[in-house]
Every structure is written in structure tokens, then in C-alpha cells.
Design a protein around this ligand. Structure first.
Ligand SMILES: [Zn+2]
Length: 247
């Protein structure tokens, strides 16, 4: 029976990196896939070429292309400002609120409205650490959990990030909380081409003005065996502890 899946993410590109294979596989077998992104990603590291064009609009176009490549039926951006990863959250830009400053109940009501409208069966969201502690990812966890309660969404799955990777990427000084055990693993090796293409659709994130390569660029250019090892499986923790397959 076709299901409706909604993936809730923090920034444009998270959908591809964290859940691209699962979304592509779900769409390929006939499920309806919806993508909701909280922020505009305007603080993403990029090159001056993209910054000059206005990074938020560049990233919105990249998000649409990534979604198209993954077979997503509907894309919504909640339009909050990127909170950044710095130790101090920047002031709000004109006419926008940084996502970490938005009351959880307010953002959750907006997400819940989509969950209800689409009768979403399964919500994909982030764990208690937001994976690796980015403030916007932590806020996705809080908002996703509250929205699922409001809309009584039947199944909630939290994206499981390798704890080794989380420790490497976390902001300095932040202690990661214990996370739920992984209960569901999706083999996405057959969807790797779509996942990599979706990751690379976020062109503005592939390089910055610095000579250092970006992880998203390096990852997507790995030889196939390494790609399969690092990106070929997506893991989730079901809030109810269920190990039923996602698809
Ligand atoms: Zn992110």
C-alpha cells in the first residue's frame, strides 16, 4: 500500500546527504515523498560567486533540483534564517527569524499542518543531538517531535548519524546526549547514483573560496566501493522501537 513519507530537514543539502537514498527508494516504489526544509541555508560556506547572487535563492533552486532527482513530490521551505554554527547566534536578518529563535510550538504548528494535510504516515526527523549538534539540527529534533505529537503522526523515525562522525563534527564544547539504538536500516546502494546526483545538485556547497575541498565534494567523488561503504546504508531509530522496514 502506498505510504506518504515526510522528511523534515534543517538546511538544503541535508535531505540528500542524510536521507537521499531512502527518499529515492520510497519514491521509486510508489510512495508519496514530501520534503520540508526549515532554513534557507544562507550561512552555508560557499564561494564569493554564489554569495554575490544571494545564497538563499541559489540554495532554494538547488533544493528543488535535488528533490526532483530524488523523486520528491512536494517541497516546502519554512523559510527561517539559517542560525549558523558559530558560538554566538547572529542577529536576525531583516524580515526573518533565525530558526533557533523561533518558538518550537510555532514552527511545529506549521509542520503539523502539512503532516495533517498530507495524512503523513511516516515522519523522518533528527535525533536528540540533531545528529552532530548543529543548532538548527537540534531545533529540527524539537520541532519534529512536537509536530508529530500535534498531528498524531503514526510513525516517527530519527536519522541515525554515526557517533564517530558526530563526535568529529560537533561544535567544540558541546556534549552529545545518548541516542536511541538504530532499529531500521535502509539499503540504498541501488539509489546511490540518485543520492550522489542530489548531493552534487547543491553546487554552491561543493567549494568555497578556500583551497580546502569540501566534504560533500570529496564524498561524492569517492570510488564506488568506498561510496557504498560510507553512503550505501541509511539508518534510523524508530521512536516506538519498531524494526519494521521503512518501505
Ligand atoms: Zn544542516
Amino acid at each position: 500500500m502506498p505510504l506518504t513519507l515526510l522528511a523534515f530537514h534543517a538546511h538544503p543539502d541535508d535531505e540528500a546527504i542524510l536521507t537521499g537514498g531512502t527518499l529515492a527508494r520510497a519514491a521509486a516504489v510508489g510512495h508519496r515523498v514530501i520534503l520540508v526544509t526549515a532554513t534557507d541555508g544562507a550561512l552555508g560556506l560557499t564561494s564569493s560567486r554564489y554569495a554575490a547572487q544571494g545564497l538563499a535563492s541559489v540554495r532554494a533552486a538547488e533544493l528543488r533540483e535535488s528533490a526532483r532527482l530524488l523523486g520528491v513530490s512536494r517541497v516546502e521551505q519554512l523559510g527561517y534564517a539559517d542560525s549558523g554554527l558559530g558560538p554566538v547566534t547572529l542577529d536576525d536578518p531583516p524580515g526573518q527569524v533565525r530558526f533557533v529563535r523561533v518558538p518550537v510550538a510555532e514552527a511545529a504548528e506549521r509542520l503539523a499542518a502539512i503532516l495533517r494535510e498530507e495524512s503523513v504516515d511516516t515522519l523522518l526527523t533528527y535525533d536528540v543531538n540533531g545528529g552532530y549538534g548543529h543548532p538548527d539540527h537540534l531545533q529540527v529534533h524539537r520541532v519534529g517531535a512536537a509536530a508529530a505529537q500535534l498531528a498524531q503522526t503514526p510513525r516517527v523515525l530519527e536519522v541515525a548519524v554515526s557517533q564517530r562522525v558526530a563526535r568529529l563534527m560537533k561544535p567544540r564544547g558541546l556534549a552529545l546526549a545518548p541516542v536511541r539504538p538504530v532499529t531500521v536500516e535502509v539499503d540504498v546502494r541501488e539509489q546511490l547514483d540518485a543520492k550522489v546526483a542530489a548531493m552534487r545538485a547543491h553546487e554552491s556547497q561543493l567549494r568555497s573560496d578556500s583551497a580546502l575541498p569540501r566534504n560533500i565534494d570529496l564524498l561524492t567523488r569517492l570510488p564506488r566501493p568506498a561510496l557504498e561503504r560510507l553512503l550505501g546504508r541509511e539508518r534510523f531509530a524508530d521512536l516506538s522501537g519498531s524494526s519494521d522496514p521503512v518501505l
